[in-house]
Write a new protein. Structure first.
Lengths: 252, 297
């Protein structure tokens, strides 16, 4: 399998709080990697390090063989890192489609120069993006909600919009931060199906999730973290079978 | 008539301030200093060089843009909140310099700015020019905030972190918006210099930003027509009560009371301004998110 992401010796501390302690990790194309561990283990911090919200104190982060640890957040997204957020961070004063239209890796509409001199290029890209957005929404049975304000949607659908927005970025790596939290019923099934399809299409997917059955169903491999360190890597069943880990996780 | 020229100039100022603070969400109090930079640049060039008035005004706008990029690029690098403090320092510091240099006229102000239009048609001509620039400003801003660019501005204001993580360069967008807004304020300054032919540092005091902000809030922040209505109302009302023929001792405080009263009334009854879509409509939408997340957990 092609390696998409590799972290080598990544460290990060905020004052005395160590959120990443010598993290070594790689994710392959087509793989769904689960990140599990108790609250405060450093799972979301790891996402922040990979996506570029924070810079590592030490270590390297390589995306498809190229170092990205010096790049700012927005540039990493353009290089193909797409992520969702625990609390979604949707654009609340906008419709579903508008949320999606902001998200492609290349958005000519943000250039003031193009705005003044290249309106046709913008509108052509715009039409293309709209079509792509509709296709993604259709896969989630949300096509009819394209023009609905995101805040008018039920919670599960908002979560799906968060994922749909991320999928507008067709990059190699998909980071999902608690995609299932608060999602149930049909939306749960859809979420699962889409994540599977994305991996099958050759993307590397990494999921932070507390829902153990979701991890069990989907993940090919999992990493157990606690206090900023990776304690064990293996199949989900191996990790859940480990008494030491379940004790840490569930506190039993 | 001369009030109408004033209203046109303040429509330009309020609209450009609205672009920066209302649409861009960039908290700044330095708008008067960019107004001043445009005014002083145009005035000084008109006095000391033979440049035509439009060129002087354009030069004023360029100086304002350059200064705004200097301020925004350094302040925004630290954080968005830092801009407020940095802009205050910028406003106070630069005005202090204007007040103390000899070549700016010092505290006494810059006098003898040549009049390019003379005669009886002077004020109507300035009204036509300022009115046209005001209309062009409103049209330009309406055009900027529409379509893909406007969508990016809205998204940035909604959730800057998510916006950036999707590959959008928020910093760049902010600097450009700030530069456009401040450049337009510079143009307003140039027009002001040529019309009044006299500039005093007091006219560009930091409190001017409170006046302009009041116009924006009253009319409707983040709307195209709000600043237009706000500027017209706030300048016309004090003028209107002069007809009541009150003694000056009552007049001045009365204007202040009306001013403050209007702001309070609007904040209570129509928080999104005269033009803003139903004042309280924005509230449930924002609260709706929390309702849903409550359902989820």
């Amino acid at each position: 399998m092609t390696e998409i992401l590799r972290l080598t010796g990544v460290c990060k501390a905020f004052g005395g709080i160590v959120v990443a302690d010598d993290i070594n990790l790689s994710i392959d194309a087509g793989e769904i990697l689960g990140l599990i561990g108790p609250n405060g283990a450093g799972k979301t911090s790891l996402f922040n390090l990979i996506s570029g919200v924070v810079r590592p104190d030490a270590g390297r982060i390589m995306l498809q063989g190229a170092p990205i640890d010096g790049m700012p957040l927005y540039r990493r997204a353009r290089h193909g890192i797409a992520r969702t957020w625990q609390n979604m961070l949707l654009f609340t004063s906008m419709s579903v489609m508008e949320n999606l239209l902001i998200a492609p890796r290349d958005y000519p509409g943000e250039s003031a120069l193009l705005l003044a001199f290249g309106r046709t290029a913008i509108w052509r890209a715009e039409a293309e993006m709209r079509a792509r957005g509709m296709a993604i929404l259709a896969r989630m049975d949300l096509a009819q909600a394209a023009d609905t304000m995101v805040t008018d949607l039920p919670f599960g659908h908002q979560k799906l919009v968060g994922l749909a927005r991320t999928l507008m970025n067709d990059g190699a790596l998909l980071l999902l931060d608690e995609p299932m939290a608060g999602v149930e019923g049909a939306a749960y099934e859809t979420m699962q199906r889409i994540v599977r399809e994305e991996a099958a299409s050759g993307r590397a997917v990494c999921v932070v999730e507390h829902n153990v059955s979701f991890i069990k169903d989907l993940c090919t491999r999992a990493v157990f973290m606690a206090q900023g360190r990776i304690l064990q890597t293996g199949s989900v069943h191996e990790l859940l079978a480990s008494e030491a880990l379940t004790e840490l996780y569930f506190g039993v | 008539m001369s009030v109408a020229v004033m209203i046109a100039i303040f429509i330009i100022l309020a609209s450009s301030y609205n672009l920066v603070i209302g649409y861009g969400g960039l908290a700044t109090v330095a708008h008067p200093i960019f107004f001043a930079l445009g005014a002083y640049t145009a005035g000084l060039l008109a006095i000391h060089t033979g440049l035509s008035a439009p060129l002087c005004i354009a030069a004023g706008a360029i100086v304002a843009i350059a200064a705004s990029i200097l301020l925004a690029a350094s302040a925004l690098r630290v954080s968005g909140d830092y801009l407020l403090i940095a802009s205050l320092g910028f406003q106070l510091g630069l005005l202090q310099m204007i007040r103390n240099f000899e070549w700016t006229g010092g505290p006494g102000g810059l006098t003898d700015i040549p009049s390019t239009i003379t005669g009886a048609a002077r004020t109507p001509a300035y009204l036509a020019i300022c009115g046209a620039v005001a209309a062009a400003t409103v049209a330009l801003i309406a055009w900027i905030v529409r379509g893909p660019y406007g969508r990016a501005i809205t998204a940035m204001r909604d959730e800057e972190l998510a916006f950036t993580a999707l590959g959008r360069n928020a910093m760049n967008l902010k600097i450009v918006l700030f530069a456009i807004g401040c450049g337009i304020a510079g143009i307003a300054g140039g027009l002001y210099a040529f019309y009044y032919q006299y500039l005093s540092p007091e006219q560009f005091d930091v409190l001017q930003s409170a006046t302009i902000l009041t116009m924006v809030v009253l009319g409707g922040m983040g709307t195209t027509w709000g600043p237009v209505v706000g500027a017209a109302l706030l300048l016309a009302i004090p003028q209107a009560i002069t007809f009541l023929d009150l003694p000056p001792a009552i007049m001045a405080p009365a204007q202040g009371i009306i001013f403050t009263g209007l702001v309070l009334v609007f904040l209570f009854l129509r928080p999104s301004g005269l033009i803003g879509t139903s004042g309280r409509g924005a509230m449930p939408a924002a609260l709706g998110v929390h309702d849903h997340s409550g359902e989820g957990t």
